[in-house]
Design a protein around this ligand. Structure first.
Ligand SMILES: *[C@@H]1O[C@H](CO)[C@@H](O)[C@H](O)[C@H]1NC(C)=O
Ligand SMILES: *[C@@H]1O[C@H](CO)[C@@H](O)[C@H](O)[C@H]1NC(C)=O
Ligand SMILES: [Zn+2]
Length: 409
């Protein structure tokens, strides 16, 4: 009886928890922000879910639940920030995206050693793909487990190298923010290119981590589309998770230490998240050879360089801008998409404990960037699956141009 009861209970819970509904959620878009409004936006961003990086001259995009909508509207009105409704009801968008993903998963199942770019892959598929590669090309491709997430998914990347002694190293990570689904395909494309081209491997050793937050990524696919953080428990059971990109051990800032529900909750201490300490310590281990660190995020069409907490220029700012501009030019040459090259804090939106600042400030990696790829606009957070390929096709030349610049300078 007891076990039957448990099974029924699990089934009820299972279906209720199966997929978070965003019915009635809205996405609001402000007019381009002014410098005067930024202190206010910085505070609001601790409590509401801003998509992309708000900043001076750019509109802010914020997702609100039905309960939050009047609060944010009132806050915008108080600040005289005009705004419009970008997405009146996210529910159908999320449902449409989920059904499309599931249908494509059936129609386009993976073949061995072939990544797919016409749908968003699961973490499991991405891990299988890397396992296949290291089995097929053991002399150049080596799987690396950086950490285990608190829910048990492995933080798994790949080192691709010709085995030349004393080479410089390059690092790329994707999807440290779980919901940024457009980012793993870019990491996979980098892997494909480097596996296929021995000349790229003679330039440097390549470290690529397609899903830096696998617990969260899996959860965003199976349960909650807009999950961003890790899945580690907090004292408030309703609000688990830490923002991994505020948890690195450089300029870490506790903020409000009990604000567990915040999408940018930085954790109880720097490196509290196993994913983050695993990645961060590995970066320090290879820092002597590492000349380029790139974190790939979405969205905003930006190439951001350190630091996130100050607009004060760093010593090699001219080189950072020159390399970033070479990359942006190469992206624009493909289909005209314009990426801006900016100091992370130049929009007066301030961040602490971010991975690129850590690589630059703690690891002394001379070139460190955060790429913010294209978003989905009125389609939601990420571009529809049909646009994965065009995004990947334009970003890869930008990555190649960046690498060429960095290795030549
Ligand atoms: C999510 O994780 C569970 C448990 O590890 C696994 O069975 C499932 O296939 C994963 N889903 C995806 C989309 O990777
Ligand atoms: C991850 O967990 C496995 C056991 O599943 C263990 O062998 C491994 O050492 C762990 N890796 C790290 C980096 O903690
Ligand atoms: Zn992000």
């Amino acid at each position: 009886m007891r076990s039957l009861f448990s099974i029924v209970l699990l089934m009820v819970l299972g279906s209720a928890l199966a997929y978070k509904s965003y019915s009635g959620y809205q996405v609001l878009k402000s007019a381009p922000l002014t410098a005067a409004s930024m202190p206010y936006i910085n505070r609001l961003s601790k409590h509401f879910d801003f998509w992309g990086t708000p900043g001076v001259g750019r509109p802010a995009t914020v997702m609100v639940s039905p309960e939050q909508a009047p609060l944010v509207v009132a806050a915008f009105n108080r600040m005289r920030i005009s705004h419009e409704v970008l997405i009146p009801d996210l529910g159908p968008e999320v449902e449409r995206e989920r059904l499309e993903r599931e249908a494509l998963e059936v129609a386009h199942s993976m073949k061995p050693r072939e990544a797919v770019y016409d749908r968003y892959m699961s973490c499991q598929e991405i891990h299988h793909y890397m396992r296949d590669l290291s089995a097929a090309y053991p002399e150049i491709a080596t799987g690396i487990i950086f950490a285990n997430g608190t829910e048990g998914h492995k933080v798994k990347g790949i080192k691709i190298s010709n085995g030349n002694v004393g080479q410089k190293a390059l690092w790329f990570d994707c999807a440290i923010h779980a919901r940024e689904w457009i980012t793993p395909p870019v990491c996979l494309r980098i892997i494909d290119e480097v596996i296929a081209d021995p000349a790229l491997r003679d330039l440097a050793d390549w470290y690529i981590l397609p899903v830096a937050n696998p617990d969260g990524y899996n959860y965003s696919i199976t349960t909650d589309r807009f999950w961003r953080k890790t899945r580690s428990p907090n004292p408030d059971p309703d609000c688990p998770g830490t923002d991994p990109n505020r948890n690195f051990d450089f300029l870490w800032d506790a903020g409000n230490p009990t604000d567990y529900c915040s999408e940018v909750y930085p954790g109880t201490n720097a490196f509290s998240e196993p994913e983050v300490s695993g990645i961060g310590n590995f970066i320090l281990d290879i820092a002597d050879s590492l000349v380029l660190y790139v974190a790939i995020h979405s969205y905003g069409e930006q190439i951001l360089y350190p630091y996130g907490h100050t607009v004060e220029p760093v010593p090699n700012v001219d080189q950072l801008i020159a390399a970033g501009t070479a990359s942006a030019d190469a992206i624009a040459a493909v289909a005209g998409t314009t990426y801006t090259v900016e100091n992370s804090a130049s929009g007066l939106y301030f961040t602490y404990g971010a991975s690129d600042d850590f690589a630059y400030g703690r690891g002394a990696v001379q070139y460190a960037y955060t790429y913010e790829l294209s978003g989905g606009g009125s389609a939601g957070f990420d571009p529809p699956a049909s646009l994965i390929q065009p995004v990947v096709d334009e970003v890869w030349p930008g990555i190649k141009a960046l690498v060429d610049y960095v290795l030549a300078n």
